[in-house]
Design a protein around this ligand. Structure first.
Ligand code: RAM
Length: 339
């Protein structure tokens, strides 16, 4: 009997140690930190979630990563409600809408949960801060320069975006439209902004629609990893390589074959794993009270080093990950297995 008791005591100790190791507590919350991406089935989002999980777990906390089947604010609102009920310590969201999540995120903040956004911002009233992947204006300007270059300085180009509500794509497109007003681009014509909703099949059919409606189209700029891969596939399958050029923001692992075959001469992106990892450290720094999200505050994000919060263009604050990187035939093979 004594032996049985001793054994159960040892087992109980092992179990409680396992629970502790799986998630220490922090702030006012349970020690669980959540990240909600835009939608499932997006390899870019999977890499962000993986980076987030690494960043949370290496600090000894529990990571919850989730995304709705379709990229809607409604579905994300339900997920936030669940996380409030679970009393998580922080929620990081890649918003499917800039404003629509405000009531539920306010409810989360009132419940003592720290809220931040990354990738696709929610409005400043809905967040403590925003983890920005790269300077938004620079992305917009760079994409117009790419369209101009690939079109040879004149002609028609189109944009294939994600959803019409996606705040990251909408902001980049706004900066593109501002840049296009410069006299340098007088002969470059943006004929259409199409929306593939970050869904592969819809992005394929929207690309086909663009090619049918605009037979003189020279360039498609897709500021979405799902859209750019779909567009390059259509151009490749229809033997249009060289006639219609694809560029935008793409994942090297998905785009290596299209950069190599010339359908996408070059494209840009940042490291989504690092983006998720940085967001993890901002979430835990907010939950522990090390930072509150005000401009001027600094913190350390594990292996990525030190960051300072700055004022963001939308009136809130942000933490900037870095600059976008150009992928082209000379370097794509170094990156295709990284992300
Ligand atoms: C898609 C998503 C994501 C965006 C990237 C560039 O995967 O829309 O939000 O940041 O593209």
């Amino acid at each position: 009997m004594k032996k049985v008791l001793a054994l159960s005591l040892v087992l109980a100790l092992i179990c409680s140690a396992a629970v502790f190791a799986g998630g220490k507590k922090d702030g006012g919350g349970s020690g669980a930190h959540a990240f909600i991406f835009k939608s499932t089935g997006n390899p870019f989002g999977e890499r962000m979630m993986a980076g987030f999980k690494t960043g949370i777990e290496e600090q000894g906390f529990t990571a919850i990563t989730n995304a709705p089947a379709l990229p809607t604010a409604e579905a994300q609102i339900q997920m936030v409600e669940q996380l409030i009920a679970q009393k998580v310590s922080s929620i990081c969201i890649s918003g499917n809408d800039f404003d629509a999540l405000q009531p539920v995120l306010t409810k989360a903040m009132n419940a003592g949960i720290k809220v931040l956004s990354t990738d696709s911002a929610v409005n400043p009233a809905s967040r403590a801060t925003f983890v920005n992947q790269a300077d938004s204006e620079k992305i917009g300007v760079t994409l117009v320069e790419a369209a101009y270059d690939l079109a040879g300085g004149s002609g028609e180009f189109a944009i294939l975006s994600a959803t019409s509500q996606a705040s990251n794509q909408n902001l980049w497109i706004e900066y593109m439209q501002t840049e296009l007003k410069k006299s340098k681009y007088a002969n470059l014509k943006l004929v259409k902004i199409a929306y593939g909703d970050d869904l592969r099949d819809l992005s394929v059919s929207e690309t086909e629609g663009l090619l049918l409606s605009y037979p003189n189209l020279k360039v498609i700029v897709a500021p979405t990893t799902v859209g750019i891969a779909a567009a390059a596939k259509v151009v490749t399958d229809k033997n249009l390589i060289g006639k219609v050029k694809i560029t935008g923001l793409g994942l090297p692992s998905e785009m290596a074959e299209y950069i190599t075959n010339g359908s996408c001469p070059y494209m840009y992106l940042w490291n989504p794993i690092d983006n998720g990892y940085l967001a993890a450290y901002v979430g835990t720094a907010l939950a522990s009270g090390k930072i509150t999200g005000k401009a001027g505050e600094s913190f350390t994000a594990g292996k990525l080093g030190n960051f300072t919060i700055t004022a963001a263009g939308d009136g809130g604050t942000e933490v900037l990950l870095g600059a976008p990187f150009k992928f082209e035939p000379s370097n794509i093979n170094d990156w295709k297995n990284v992300y």
